[in-house]
Design a protein around this ligand. Structure first.
Ligand code: GLA
Length: 742
């Protein structure tokens, strides 16, 4: 990995063995983008990559050079209001009302490793040789505002992390009304745009579209990254698939309002912008103040989408997630939510936990309803003290009993919210986000606390810390069940109201920071009515997230398949729930529910006491199986093989690092009559290793399994031979492949 500055041509070249990122200082002092893609050898002069010509009807910044129009130049950090009519990366409103700025190169420095993004989640390095960072300082002379563009190239993988830091070195305050984390201008539009979108209970579905002239964007104006659009984008070449081809992945490490967009102009240049949503953002930068944008991560591959995802998985698993739980297998848990909802007593919880323990579960999680006057979702949020009617011995009493059973104990919180019917709200009616004289909308009967105020965060922190200090709590499920509306903070002056969405998220990060620092052994799982905030910002603090409130195995195929595009399997919260399922009322076999949940954190979202003895025996086997293989399932290399968005059969697999163990998940949604013979071409095996197939007992070399395929044919419905158990809809299998010879 290297970062080279060619002073004679004023060109920067960042490269490692996979990628090159090349840019230059343009003759007007702005930064121009020359190349981003597979690594090319270094040379002094790449300026020919910047093609210019005189085009009719364009405005030019130089009178004497009519070919130098910003409109047709690929740039690194374009501004609003000059001769570039595309959307800018930044816009600064000044005292005289002007919105134009002119950021020109001043200096640069290169350092080993990667600096922190004070107060914001970001990727990191553990040793200085893992990455190198270039910081380019630009300045706008009229306002005195300085912009530092940060580029970190990692030694391994085609990874480039970017962010921008603004400092007002001028003598007057300005307003940043747009401060994107990155701009990337690409020279052609021969890409398929792929996004992860959906809604509650239908998160992370894959949607694709050819890039066409105009703007294509995803984003959130909800205060959370949202169920609707995940802050993740793939641009892939039309011929790229899971196994091969070029693709660029863009992931924003942020949990609030965001925007990611591609603008295709009249000459087929594509401008990618990613960062905080400009619509909901207006940050006053007083003299001497600094503003740090969130980090955006770019990954480039020429080896297909699986490789792109694997690069993100590894980065986010090892260099975004932190702390005690980063590398540890996730505990198998039993959560009481779908088992009891709000209807529980301490005895009932103990009953559920005892059965879970008998089956091999490791962690019991008490979900919503344990605090304040919470007997439904209309009351109690904000009052984080145990409800003595339900829990006469408090959280400590319950936790002790759960621990005595030999289980760890986990607890649900929704720290950012309060109900109108709560002591907390009655004492602090001013601590919610609400616009004066306007209606205050409720969502799930609750208000959003004003986390832009430190005192509010302090108060919630104290309540939570109190519980954690007094009781043995090993896990926290941190929920966030509504989006923000009527966003306004009474604590901030009128000219800072545009900062509240971002300050809110900073408050959330601050609370996470404090809790993870004081309780480093607690495992945090983030949640936002399922996957409403499944984003890299959260993964920095909470290494796993509840992927969806939809726990149906068949629905989960799409949700987990889509989620795996960016996020590691060890982060995907997935449980076995009852049948018929509570969201789609579908009956699925118990083994299929487990076979899907294995490719995630794994657990149960039901009362195991309600199962038959045969089912309990099956559950016990499932848990043994998960314990045996979870390190491969959660930390192995994950490959998507067949897409639920395209076929009746979904398949994926995880391979251990030493390639000696592989687990293949195969799922058929609807049964098929008199089907063709079927094979699954596997990936990631060692062609020279011989593997034993757990289902057939037969042994095959990796090359056979990858190139000819794993035989998955079966006796399908119809006139099947006597004595053969017929398969039904929602059938699934796990094939375990273990090396017999290597
Ligand atoms: C959200 C979560 C659920 C559950 C409920 C409790 O919907 O996603 O898993 O915790 O809240 O109210």
């Amino acid at each position: 990995m290297n970062i080279i500055y060619h002073s004679s041509t004023r060109i920067f070249h960042l490269y490692n063995d996979r990628i090159s990122y090349i840019m230059m200082i343009l003759k007007n002092g702005h930064m121009g983008q020359l190349y981003y893609g597979k690594q090319i050898r270094d040379q002094e002069d790449f300026s020919y990559f910047m093609e210019t010509c005189q085009r009719p009807m364009t405005s030019c910044v130089y009178e004497e050079d009519s070919s130098f129009s910003l409109e047709h130049i690929r740039q690194e950090y374009p501004v609003f209001g000059t001769t570039d009519y595309r959307q800018p990366a930044t816009e600064i409103v000044q005292e005289n009302g002007s919105r134009i700025s002119d950021f020109t190169y001043r200096s640069h420095c290169i350092c080993e490793g990667k600096p922190d993004l004070c107060g914001l989640p970001a990727t990191y390095t553990e040793t200085k040789d893992e990455a190198r960072t270039l910081c380019i300082t630009l300045k706008d002379d009229v306002t005195g505002v300085q912009a530092e563009l940060y580029y970190t190239i990692f030694a391994k993988g085609g990874i480039l992390a970017r962010s921008v830091r603004f400092t007002n070195n001028g003598s007057k305050p300005v307003h940043l009304t747009r401060a994107m984390s990155l701009c990337l201008d690409l020279p052609d539009r021969d890409y398929i745009w792929q996004q992860l979108s959906g809604c509650w209970a239908r998160e992370c579905h894959i949607h694709t579209q050819k890039l066409e002239p105009g703007i294509r964007s995803i984003g959130s104006m909800r205060g959370n990254s949202s169920h609707e659009h995940n802050p993740f984008l793939v641009l892939k070449r039309p011929s790229t698939d899971e196994r091969q081809g070029e693709a660029i992945g863009l992931s924003l490490i942020y949990s609030g309002c965001f925007r990611i967009q591609a603008e295709t102009d009249a000459h087929d240049t594509v401008r990618i912008l990613a960062g905080i949503d400009p619509e909901t953002f207006d940050w006053k930068l007083d003299c001497g103040e600094t503003f740090q944008t969130p980090e955006a991560v770019l990954v480039h591959t020429d080896q297909g989408l699986n490789h792109l995802s694997q690069t993100f998985h590894k980065l986010y698993q090892k260099r975004l997630a932190r702390g005690y739980w980063r590398d540890r297998p996730r505990p198998i848990l039993n959560n009481n939510w779908e088992a009891t909802y709000f209807n529980f007593t301490q005895d009932r919880l103990i009953e559920i936990a005892a059965k879970a323990k008998e089956c091999g579960v490791e962690l019991f999680v008490l979900d919503d309803g344990w605090f304040g006057a919470r007997s439904s979702d209309t009351a109690g949020l904000g009052d984080w003290t145990p409800n003595k009617d339900r829990l006469p011995n408090g959280i400590k009493g319950l936790a002790d009993r759960i621990e005595a059973l030999g289980l760890k104990f986990g607890l649900w919180f929704e720290p950012e919210m309060t109900n109108k019917d709560s002591d907390f709200y009655r004492q602090h009616p001013d601590w919610i986000l609400a616009t004066p004289q306007r209606n205050i909308s409720q969502g799930r009967h609750q208000y959003v606390l004003d986390f832009s105020i430190k005192e509010v965060v302090d108060a919630i922190y104290e309540q939570m810390a109190q519980i954690l200090r007094n009781a043995k709590v090993s896990y926290i499920k941190w929920d966030m069940n509504r989006s923000i509306s009527e966003c306004y903070s009474k604590a901030w002056p009128s000219d800072r109201q545009g900062e509240i969405y971002h300050r809110y998220i900073l408050g959330v990060y601050d609370l996470y920071d404090r809790l993870t620092a004081e309780f480093p052994h607690v495992l945090f799982e983030s949640c936002s009515s399922g996957g409403g905030r499944f984003d890299p910002g959260m993964l920095y603090y909470a290494p796993q997230a509840w992927a969806s409130d939809n726990s149906d195995a068949i629905e989960r195929l799409k949700i987990q398949y889509g989620t795996s595009m960016c996020y590691p399997i060890s982060s995907i919260g997935s449980h076995v729930s009852v049948s018929p399922n509570h969201q789609v009322f579908r009956d699925t076999p118990l083994h299929t529910r487990a076979n899907v949940a294995y490719f995630g954190t794994f657990g149960y979202e039901l009362d195991l006491n309600r199962l038959t003895e045969t089912e309990i025996a099956e559950v016990k086997e499932q848990i043994c199986f998960m314990k045996q293989y979870r390190s491969v399932l959660q930390y192995g290399t994950f490959y998507r093989l067949k897409s639920p968005f395209e076929e009746n059969v979904t398949a994926w697999m995880s391979v251990s690092e030493d390639q000696k163990t592989a687990l293949v998940g195969w799922y058929r949604v609807l049964n098929v009559v008199n089907d063709r013979f079927t094979r699954l071409r596997l990936q990631g095996l060692n062609p020279n290793y011989r593997y034993r197939n757990s289902r057939t007992g037969t042994c095959h070399f990796g090359d056979e399994l990858m190139y000819a395929g794993l035989i998955t044919s079966d006796e399908t419905a119809g006139q099947i031979p006597h004595g053969v158990t017929p398969y039904t809809d929602f059938e699934s299998r796990i094939y375990v492949l273990e090396v017999v010879e290597s």
